[in-house]
Design a protein around this ligand. Structure first.
Ligand code: NAD
Ligand code: UDP
Length: 315
């Protein structure tokens, strides 16, 4: 049987590159389209010589064509950390609107399954806790995070419109905070910030009073969940994330205790519209995909810390 082909936008990013690895490892051909705005060719350098892997330098917010058959289209292109998307506000809105349409059109033309990376951010500063897929969210449509949140909400709407109008198989995964090797150390997210601070013997920066909560999923668990959805019969939206919830202060204490008990914690202003609480309800993924995360935070952080130490500090 010929190998199935997956077109993935954002394939040189953190999550995209791990998905490329999984797909190649499971017998797929992969075309990764990326303009490298926040990603890096380093993330896919090990795949360069693989005959089943092709890299296309492409801004997917502009129309483009792909030769040959495509069986699955995965739309992962978008700046993802608050620091990145606030630095690239217009590009973020374009990739979550024009970019989504271009990938949906390719999926339509190729009769491919379409899966888009949505986010827990579509729940905004949630008034329902934990967040279930049936919750419609609480987003400030003109706040600083809206460029990202609304673009993702729009992309979800587009995926479902194409499903209704063209009867396409479109899927939506709502990804909750995920961490692991290949994150950019300076992308401003809390995990790389704390790791950078530990490895540089700097104080840990906690924003606000640290009572806001998050739940952190290790990248391998996330990839397992997303690929189960891709190959399933269901469309979602499906939450994929780790339901173990921490306040950011608890998370800082956990890192400090294990890696540098002498590190100080310093408090910095809370960014505007920073969600106060976030935890996925993963009942749907458990039931429909038989998925749940297996990597404890302590193990995932140790693996991530090792990777950062080797890749950023032993040059
Ligand atoms: P990332 O920044 O590492 O990866 C995004 C990739 O998209 C980068 O390689 C970037 O260069 C590429 N890109 C951005 N705009 C593009 C464009 N116009 N054309 C082509 N390529 C473009 O971020 P990530 O954490 O890997 O996130 C990947 C996807 O998952 C994003 O869509 C993000 O919204 C979503 N997501 C991630 C998380 C998380 O915790 N990591 C949580 C929720 C949702
Ligand atoms: N945060 C923090 N210190 C940092 C970076 C982030 O306290 O150095 C907080 C941030 O305000 C938020 C949480 O950690 O409440 C998670 O932030 P991140 O940027 O990782 O992702 P978000 O979930 O906000 O998209």
């Amino acid at each position: 049987m010929p190998k199935k082909t997956v077109l993935i936008s954002g394939g040189a990013g953190f999550l995209g590159s791990h998905l490329c690895d999984w797909l190649i490892g499971h017998g797929f051909k992969v075309i990764a389209a990326d303009n490298l705005i926040t990603g890096s060719l380093r993330n896919v350098a090990h795949l360069k010589k693989n005959k089943d892997f092709k890299f296309m330098k492409q801004d997917v917010s502009k129309p483009f064509k792909v030769a040959g058959s495509v069986d699955y289209v995965m739309h992962f292109a978008s700046p993802a950390s608050p620091v990145d998307y606030m630095e690239h506000p217009i590009a973020t809105m374009l990739v979550g609107s024009y970019g989504t349409h271009h990938l949906l059109e390719i999926a339509r033309a190729k009769k491919a399954v379409f899966l888009m990376a949505s986010t827990s951010e579509i729940y905004g500063d949630p008034l329902v806790h934990p967040q279930k897929e049936s919750y419609w969210g609480n987003v400030n449509s003109i706040g600083p995070r809206s460029i990202y949140d609304e673009a993702k909400r729009y992309s979800e709407a587009a995926a479902f419109a194409y499903r209704r109008v063209y009867n396409m198989d479109t899927k939506v995964v709502r990804i909750f905070n995920t961490y692991g090797p290949r994150m950019q150390i300076k992308d401003g997210r809390v995990v790389p910030n704390f790791i950078d601070q530990i490895l540089n013997n700097q104080p840990l920066t906690v924003y606000g009073n640290g009572q806001q909560t998050r739940s952190f999923c290790y990248v391998d668990d996330l990839v397992n969940g997303i690929t189960k959805l891709l190959l399933s019969k269901i469309s979602g939206p499906v939450n994929i994330g780790n339901p173990r919830e921490f306040t950011i202060l608890e998370f800082a204490e956990l890192i400090r205790k294990k890696y540098n008990p002498k590190a100080k914690i310093v408090f910095k202003p809370l960014p505007q519209d920073d969600p106060k609480q976030r935890k996925p309800d993963i009942t749907l993924a458990r039931k429909e995909l038989n998925w749940e995360p297996t990597v404890p935070l302590e193990d995932g952080i140790a693996r991530t810390m090792d990777w950062f130490a080797k890749n950023y500090f032993q040059k």
